[in-house]
Ligand binder design. Structure first.
Ligand code: IPM
Ligand code: MG
Length: 379
């Protein structure tokens, strides 16, 4: 008997709904035995309930094997408060990004973002690019340890401990904010180890750690130290170090110098967007948020409100995220079928969404990819 999976299905809003619909056309054509359970998430639930990621959706995520997530609209805190149902206003509710909450609540510490240039994609920066980004996904500047206004206790401590910093002269007028970058040894070690394990498993030659330890000495220094330590366990893999600013240039100059990249959360966010652009941009940036028990797979693009309802955006990023989900579930053959089908449609160039210079819809792209899949054996 084939295992039956339970997949959380979280479209969210805007084009998130549309790209997930396209991915479903593909998944439905596979020999993949799954029950898809819808989860409420998104702007609508923030406005109505004061929570964009309601507890019932958290409970659902606790019981699924994996989840697919589309995208959600986020707005700055002050605007978000204004759109809340009047009965909820003034209660001190603050909007926090649901995807960041999911990553932290379920300890999805790996953000895995493969970026590959599929032959025939008119948007490829260069052919034969094949990079894999490992982004730490739970801490760093995303830790949520932020203050605005800054409470007196923190102000006093800062004044005492950080005297040399000239800008603190302005503390008296209270016109400043503090976001703490928090990186732990555990968090740093496990993401670097995940990158090396992946490199070993997939025959990759090199792992590059991305940092800014020359300036951000404490946190990036720790991250870099951890990386150097972990690298010793993988003598067959070349270990390389790069400053985050410099690597933005080098990746553009020669992406072939890189293989697997590993970075703290915010640098990983930035590096992975650049890498996505090297292979066609937002329509191709796929990702997996992976922990020990749960994986949540999503395109890296947002909800693109200006395209919502038009079924125009490219679903390939989402379909490749579904492929990552299959891989993570151990359905390696199915994952390969999906990737081959995507590659085939890109190579043929007959069906293209607007970003690729075509006029096909989101669902037509999904259908074209599904049509390339091997026919299902009928029992
Ligand atoms: C990403 C996105 C998110 C992030 C946003 C939507 C919170 O940019 O997944 O890369 O910053 O992590
Ligand atoms: Mg991002």
């Amino acid at each position: 008997m084939k295992k039956k999976y339970t997949i959380g299905w979280l479209p969210g809003d805007g084009v998130g709904v549309e790209v997930l619909e396209a991915a479903k056309i593909v998944l439905d054509r596979l020999d993949f035995n799954a029950e898809y359970v819808h989860g409420d998430i998104g702007w609508e639930f923030w406005c109505k309930e004061g929570d964009a990621l309601p507890q019932r959706t958290m409970d659902l995520l606790n019981r699924v094997d994996a989840a697919m997530f589309g995208a959600i609209t986020s707005k700055p805190a002050k605007l978000a408060e204004k759109e809340l149902d009047p009965s909820l206003q003034g209660k001190g509710m603050t909007y926090r990004s649901p995807i960041v909450r999911m990553r932290q609540s379920f300890d999805l510490y790996i953000c895995l973002r493969p970026t590959k240039s599929y032959p025939g994609n008119p948007l490829n920066f260069k052919e034969n690019i094949d990079l894999v980004v490992f982004r730490e996904n739970t801490e760093d500047l995303y830790a949520g340890v932020e203050f605005s206004p800054v409470p007196d206790e923190l102000k006093e401590t800062l004044l005492k401990l950080a005297k040399p910093f000239k800008a603190f002269d302005g503390l008296a007028n209270n016109d400043y904010a503090v976001s703490c970058k928090v990186n732990t040894r555990k968090g740093s070690e496990r993401i670097v180890r995940a990158a090396f394990d992946y490199a070993r498993k997939h025959g990759r030659k090199k792992v590059t750690v991305v940092h800014k330890a020359n300036v951000v000495r404490a946190t990036d220094g720790l991250f870099l130290d951890c990386a150097r330590e972990v690298a010793k366990d993988f003598p067959e893999i070349t270990f390389d170090e790069a400053n985050v600013d410099a690597i933005m240039m080098w990746l553009l100059k020669n992406p072939f110098n890189y293989d697997v990249l590993v970075a703290p959360n915010l640098y990983g966010d930035i590096v992975s967007d650049l890498c996505a652009q090297l292979v066609g941009g937002l329509g191709f940036g796929c990702s997996g948020n992976i922990g020990l028990k749960l994986g949540v797979f999503e395109p890296t693009h947002g909800s693109a409100p200006k395209y919502a309802g038009q079924y125009k955006v490219n679903p390939i990023a989402t379909i490749l995220s579904a492929k990552q989900m299959l891989e993570w579930l151990g359905e390696i053959d199915l994952a390969k079928q999906v990737e081959d089908a995507v590659a085939e449609v890109i190579k043929e160039g007959k069906v293209r969404t607007y970003d690729m210079g075509g006029s096909n819809t989101t669902l037509e792209m999904g259908q074209a990819i599904a049509d390339k899949l091997p026919a299902l054996a009928t029992a």
